[in-house]
Ligand binder design. Structure first.
Ligand code: CUA
Length: 145
């Protein structure tokens, strides 16, 4: 549920640390540019939507993101791309005859460093358990003495 938490806050930061992505999307009748967005799982993604001609929206299926951009006024939303897969973007404001066909795609690729980190954590845990099992061997001798 926390993953669905979306912060619609101004994001003035220019310097983005690792795992932070800012993606600018231009919207005009009847397409987004870029039409396909690619991020890595776990990225904290800020979408900045700008409308070139008329008011457009951007609804991101699977994530609770919904933006509306009026020409001349960008709109932004930040979310954590915590689930890998392909997610449909679609315009949520009627912007003309081909509005229903104004679509895009977000591709969240599984983040291998993320899984490597989990792997290292598991290995460390297994190693610790093995160490704790191996070391008390001398303890009972001390106890019986
Ligand atoms: Cu753009 Cu509807």
């Amino acid at each position: 549920m926390l993953g669905l938490l979306v912060l619609v806050v101004p994001w003035p930061g220019v310097i983005l640390s690792a795992g932070e992505r800012e993606v600018r999307i231009l919207a005009r009748q009847y397409a987004y540019a870029p039409g396909v967005l690619r991020v890595s799982q776990g990225d904290r993604v800020t979408l900045v939507l700008e409308a070139e001609d008329v008011t457009h929206g951007l609804h991101l299926d699977g994530y609770a993101v919904d933006l509306v951009a009026v020409p001349g006024r960008a709109s932004r939303a930040t979310f954590v791309a915590d689930r890998p897969g392909k997610f449909r973007l679609r315009c949520s404001k009627v912007c003309g005859t081909l509005h229903p066909f104004m679509l895009g795609e977000l591709i969240v690729t599984p983040n291998s460093p993320f899984w490597r980190a989990i792997g290292i954590t598991v290995l460390a845990a297994v190693g610790t358990v093995a160490f704790l099992r191996a070391s008390p061997r001398e303890a009972p001798e001390e106890a019986s003495a």
